[in-house]
Design a protein around this ligand. Structure first.
Ligand code: ATP
Ligand code: MG
Length: 240
């Protein structure tokens, strides 16, 4: 297993190589022969705040899954800090400690408490149970859920569930968070709060943020907007 050091925290310059690079990446789903992405080349750098936009079916989720190794390209390469990873276990290791993922529909384990959901990624990484508990409590406090730590995830509201999912994504202090329409299932007030939380992590801790959104109000706050259409990047840069 590869040991990935966290260069951002250790202060070593990680600007040289992009965190994540897609190099001529295509993804064809055999079922229905759908070309979800066509020769996409894109770099995510340390500290970026990027919004991914595009119509439904344009390949946004596919792009995020490929960027963190949850899916594999049909053609092209996906690199992390300049290295092409082949083994699923290497990607799993990265998702455990360098890349956080936030899904539109949360994907918490309903029968476990908020605390237990956040603790899971720390198991095997932080040996001391006391340290894990302390970090879990700190993260849940940070996302405004200090009063819901013992609640079963299944009993939480949508906004609360997404807060837990963000705390879980932050469990091992990743360098980048990929968020797939993280506010898509929330009312506008909760959506604003979740967005504020993610932006706070970006601003205060330098976590790179890549967020799929349909909302021009959200993309207008990102430093960079990448637009997809029919599986291709049709524009990349500037604000919305
Ligand atoms: N497992 C799959 N098998 C076959 N086709 C798929 C599969 N997953 C996605 N697709 C197709 O690939 C295309 C891109 O899908 P994707 O989910 O990336 O779109 P999206 O931009 O995220 O859309 P939305 O905004 O609706 O979430 C769509 O045409 C979709 O139907
Ligand atoms: Mg999608």
């Amino acid at each position: 297993m590869v040991f990935w050091s966290n260069r951002r925290r250790s202060g070593v310059n990680s600007e040289v190589k992009p965190l994540i690079a897609l190099d001529g990446v295509s993804r064809v789903y055999p079922r229905g022969r759908v070309t979800a992405l066509r020769e996409v080349t894109l770099e995510i750098r340390s500290g970026d705040y990027t919004a991914i936009m595009g119509p439904s079916g344009s390949g946004k989720s596919t792009l995020l899954y490929l960027a963190c190794g949850l899916d594999r390209p049909t053609a092209g390469r996906v690199l992390f800090e300049g290295r092409e990873l082949k083994a699923p276990a290497e990607w799993a290791e990265l998702r455990a400690c360098r890349i956080g993922f936030v899904f539109q529909s949360f994907y918490l384990i309903g029968g476990l408490t908020a605390s237990e959901n956040v603790e899971i990624p720390m198991l095997g990484r932080m040996r001391s149970e006391r340290d894990r508990r302390k970090r879990v409590a700190g993260l849940l406090e940070r996302v405004g859920l200090g009063h819901r730590t013992g609640h079963r995830a299944a009993d939480l509201s949508g906004g609360e569930s997404q807060r837990v999912a963000i705390a879980r994504a932050m469990a091992n202090s990743p360098d980048v968070i990929l968020a797939d329409e993280p506010t898509g299932n929330l009312d506008s007030q909760s959506a604003g709060e979740i967005l504020g939380l993610l932006e706070d992590l970006h601003q205060r801790e330098g976590v790179a943020l890549v967020m799929v959104t349909h909302d021009p109000g959200v993309s207008g706050r990102a430093g960079r907007v990448v637009r997809l259409f029919d599986g291709q990047v049709v524009s990349d840069g500037g604000r919305a």
